[in-house]
Design a protein around this ligand. Structure first.
Ligand SMILES: [Zn+2]
Length: 108
């Protein structure tokens, strides 16, 4: 069984621009950073990106971001996650309100 992180799962799904609704493109950045750098530690702990070791003590850091070609905006995975979480909450709230309105309507 291969381990799939929640970030990978997130990236496999379709995502849409909060501004124009256009489908977002997944972009990949690969950087080589020092194994002992604060950034390497941060990412290893946070499981952001995929780090593969090398002999020189440098590590390959792969990070993803999402890009909207329509409005030239980019979103980090974290940003897009927050946006979608908020959207979900709004939808839930909207549904709750509609239910309440329907209930109130029946009373009269
Ligand atoms: Zn857009």
């Amino acid at each position: 069984m291969t381990h799939v992180s929640s970030m990978e799962l997130f990236l496999l799904k379709k995502h849409y621009c909060v501004q124009c609704g256009n489908r977002l493109n997944r972009k990949k950045i690969i950087r080589i950073i020092d194994e002992n750098s604060e950034e390497a530690h941060k990412h290893r702990i946070g499981f952001v990106g995929d780090i593969g070791g090398s002999d020189s003590g440098d590590v390959k850091l792969t990070t993803y971001y999402l890009e909207c070609k329509e409005c030239n905006r980019t979103f980090t995975v974290k940003e897009q996650r927050e946006i979608e979480k908020e959207k979900k909450l709004l939808k839930k709230e909207e549904k709750r309100k509609q239910k309440e309105l329907a209930k109130a309507g029946h009373k009269n």
